[in-house]
Design a protein. Sequence first.
Length: 296
Amino acid sequence: MSSHVLTLRCPDRPGIVHAVTAGVLDVDGNVESNAQFSDPETTTFCMRAVITSEASSDEVRSAVAARLPRDAAETSDSANPHGDSMLGLDLAVRPSDHRPRLLIMVSKYDHCLVDLLYRWYNKQLAVDIPLIVSNHIDCQPVAARYDIPFLHLPVTPDTKPEQEQKIRELVESYDIDLVVLARYMQILSDDLCRDLAGRAINIHHSFLPGFKGAKPYHQAHARGVKLVGATAHFVTADLDEGPIIEQEVARVTHAHTAPELVSLGQDTERVVLARAVRAWADDRVFLVGDRTVVFP
């Protein structure tokens, strides 16, 4: 028996679950686990199931697609289930042991990069990382430690279009599934954000109020915050306002120094980013408009 992960997002209507299970039965398959959610605001149905069958992933998908309502099946394709097309049905089936390919982008701060690489090396993240890109050389020793190619792509306002075109070429040539901005301190252009829609995740400190610019933790300390936190979200042209995947906070007091806030904040950032990447790699994240459905 082979194990497969099925993901489905479509307009909600009666009979969807029955159609999926009937299609699985058509290939003598069995549903080992299932999570589903019907969003009442958008009338969108999301489903993730683990299936065992002697059939291939393509055969399972074809069998399920054939059972789905005709109006949905006619618009269905093998689109990335992380995408955001709400025109019809997004259905995908992949082997459970499939490993998505990540391009990690970083600047000078290495805490999120180090954490992701540690989890990857210790088999806590089922992904492949063929390349690390940075606009600085500071993190090159980290990449070398894990024997991962490191590409330095410096950027200035004048060279930004050429640098971003190179990023597009790397995504294509390395067959990248997800771009992870692991404290990459450059704003992506609107065009690149659109090109990577649903395929790029960013990590951002999150406070009330939202401290922007240099040294946000020092700004937070000066205002006497009582919480520090982090948010992992999809990258969009609206800076730091993309659909949220994961968040976490930690309580602080007046006794915490600014350096202590930095340390605590970085701990939160790396945990939140790792959770978001793992959820995405496990096909547990579904875009529904400006929100996400994230199955546990």
